[in-house]
Design a binder for this molecule. Sequence first.
Ligand SMILES: [Zn+2]
Length: 150
Amino acid sequence: MSPSGTPTENGKFFQAALDYKHGFREPSRIQVYRKLRKGIWVDMGFYDLIDAYEKNDQKRKVFKFLLKPKIDLNQDDQEYLDMLHNRQIPGEVQKEVYERDRGKCRICGSSDNLHFDHILPFSKGGSSKVASNIQLLCARHNLKKGAKFI
Ligand SMILES: [Zn+2]
């Protein structure tokens, strides 16, 4: 809880995970970003939030969350690995896009919290393998765009 008594972001995640565990709700769908280097994030796709626990560090309480990749369990492993692999933007494409867009958001020119964004979304058949389908967007513009497609 925050000092004003409302749940913190971690608190909301924690409650959602417990509610799922106790059968009160479907798992929360979480979009995961991996930090590539300072200020640059890669979209790793959607995961189900399925469990949470607290761990006591020496000084503070740390929340741990368990995420499961969103996949159809009937898919075989190879299909799943292909899906993960295809969604990932290869290092050389990331580098090409980063240099082409000069390390800045294509919309506003910000160089903070940049994300590699699929111009045609992966879920709609957009490729991760060609720089022409990938652009750099700041977190603000990436989220704005995402809301349109989800
Ligand atoms: Zn921007």
